[in-house]
Design a binder for this molecule. Structure first.
Ligand code: FAD
Length: 520
């Protein structure tokens, strides 16, 4: 399916050559951008558009001017449905390629994020011993020493992920990452950041003047030259792009439930805890479930947090298909697009029970579950990467203005390769570069002899180019992460053994290293 999708997509990319020639000379610069969703994608895009001399370099060099209070000529308004950015919600994430790209957006921002995070030194996969009676609590299947892996691979991986001796591969709590991204926003942009605004409608402004965004508190903002949907898995903007309307029913949106669930617990460190110099992530396999334990940076100067995750199949599902004989209501297939499910204490027992039942070695994750102060549960969702309208749509009667997607809204992927945030940051950078390129047409003030004129392309073509650049890597990671999710939670004993052999062999043959770095 994924191969077919990529083949069709490339066919579409080839067909673009025809469109490319039809440039639109009346194309206006993009000045007013609405970013829906202040998660990792939305905040990174806000930085790339308003806090990145590097992204705007060519625009400034050619004499591009400020617009309102925005130095680089693009004014972002950020909207999020949450009441505030609660730093206590969400899991820990590993950031690698995303952290490297943050440096291309703004080096100070990258340094602040790195200071709030912990360098990741190792990833290990372990399984419960195949035969009882031995003394070992687990068998080692695979170990990746991160710096070693990157240096041995060399090439682009080494160039992008190691800079001046610093390895860009860290762990950080999602809340702490968002906190840094928010704190580092330029002041004027903070004033244009609005919480408790759930997008419920997109429509043209009067007189072809752009796009208006309608929110659930009856407020209306606009007009905008571009609306970017960074509103996560259950994206309202994605629904608009696919159907030209936004319905209140989230179930009508296009994310697939994988039939895999994640329960996780976070234990924040105490001020008296020694500060670890680096972090390790350790995976433990059992029969029909696996667990992950790790340490995550939780902000500069704050004690690190521990996270424990247990990943299981939903009994009511066979892969992504609901079993016909299940009686329980579909409502128990929850999801957590707003990251606010916090089940507090009652998940402790059920997490420990899963470890016991599936034989997952609990030497590390068990104690974290027992001591934790926050518990979450969510379903794993992903998007069909091949949709008729792709990632963009023109809003009719808006004067040729577009909506486009970034982050999970464009390509929700299972988290088993730890890449959702990394890819969201890379989307933001790529999209911002296209917007500045568009805004640089016809600017000649700072040009020197020999400088080439920028080829005029309309925004439709540039947004398609953005999608083409980002579609293949994100689709390939989604496909691998879906495969890994089903493999790692293999429910029969045979599948569990197959998974153990698979991990052992991919480690020995260097394939695991390649998959990790390709994704990063
Ligand atoms: C357990 C777990 C572990 C993970 N580990 C990793 C990892 O190690 N590395 C990694 O890179 N990624 C990881 N991820 C994935 C990563 O967290 C996501 O890919 C990332 O958060 C996506 O960012 P986003 O900004 O696109 O979406 P989100 O972070 O989901 O943000 C979307 C925002 O949009 C807002 N919103 C939603 N609907 C509306 C609306 N209608 N109107 C206005 N606002 C709206 C929401 O409130 C939210 O703030 C993990 C995910 C999980 C669940």
């Amino acid at each position: 399916y994924f191969l077919l999708a990529s083949a069709l997509h490339f066919h579409e990319a080839a067909a673009l050559t025809f469109v490319k020639d039809q440039t639109n000379p009346s194309s206006h610069p993009i000045r007013r951008v609405a970013v829906i969703g202040a998660g990792i994608a939305g905040l990174s895009l806000a930085h790339a558009l308003e806090n990145s001399p590097d992204c705007a370099e060519e625009y400034l060099r050619r004499g591009g001017r400020a617009f309102g209070d925005s130095e680089f000529g693009v004014q972002v308004s950020l909207f999020d449905s949450r009441p505030s950015l609660d730093r206590q919600t969400g899991a820990g994430v590993q950031i690698n390629g995303g952290l490297s790209v943050l440096g291309k957006i703004n080096q100070d921002l990258q340094a602040k994020v790195a200071a709030a995070a912990l360098p990741l030194s190792n990833i290990r996969s372990r399984t419960k011993p195949w035969f009882g009676g031995g003394r070992d609590p687990f068998w080692n299947l695979l170990e990746l020493n991160i710096e070693d892996v990157i240096r041995k691979t060399g090439g682009d991986a080494e160039k992008e992920l190691i800079e001046g001796g610093q390895v860009w591969c860290h762990t950080i709590m999602r809340g702490a990452l968002q906190e840094v991204l928010v704190e580092q926003l330029p002041k004027a942009l903070s004033d244009r950041t609005h919480f408790q605004k759930r997008l419920i409608g997109i429509k043209p402004a009067a007189g072809d003047e752009g796009i208006m965004c309608e929110f659930d508190d009856n407020s209306l903002y606009g007009p905008f030259d571009l609306v970017v949907g960074c509103d996560g898995i259950n994206s309202a903007v994605r629904q608009y792009i696919e159907t030209s309307k936004i319905s209140g029913n989230a179930r009508e949106r296009s994310a697939f439930y994988s039939g895999i669930r994640i329960k996780f617990a976070i234990k924040d460190g105490e001020p008296s805890d020694p500060m670890p110099e680096s972090a390790e992530l350790r995976q433990y396999f059992g029969d029909g479930a696996y667990a992950l334990g790790g340490v995550y940076g939780n902000g500069e100067g704050r004690p690190a947090s521990k996270g424990a995750y247990v990943i299981v199949k939903d009994d009511n599902y066979f892969g992504p298909f609901r079993k016909r004989d299940t009686k329980s209501s579909p409502e128990n297939v929850g999801e957590n697009p707003a990251w606010d499910q916090n089940t507090r204490v009652d998940a402790r027992e059920s997490c420990i029970e899963i470890l016991d039942k599936t034989g997952v070695p609990d030497i590390e994750v068990g104690p974290i579950f027992r001591d934790s102060n926050r518990f979450f549960e969510l379903g794993v969702y992903f998007h069909n990467p091949f949709s008729f309208n792709g990632w963009k749509r023109e809003v009719k009667q808006s004067g040729g203005k577009f909506c486009v997607l970034a982050g999970d809204a464009a390509h929700a992927m299972p988290p088993f390769l730890g890449q959702g945030s990394n890819q969201a940051i890379q989307d933001a950078y790529t999209l911002a570069k296209k917007i500045f390129l568009h805004n640089s047409y016809h600017l000649t003030a700072g040009l020197e002899e020999g400088d080439e004129e920028i080829e005029m392309k309309n925004i439709d073509v540039l947004l398609k180019e953005y999608e083409n650049v980002r579609w293949f890597p994100t689709t390939s990671i989604t496909a691998k992460a879906v495969f890994l999710g089903y493999l790692e939670t293999g429910q029969t004993r045979f599948l569990s053994k197959f998974r153990d052999v698979f991990f052992f062999m991919t480690g020995k043959l260097g394939i695991a290293r390649k998959v990790f770095l390709d994704s990063a």
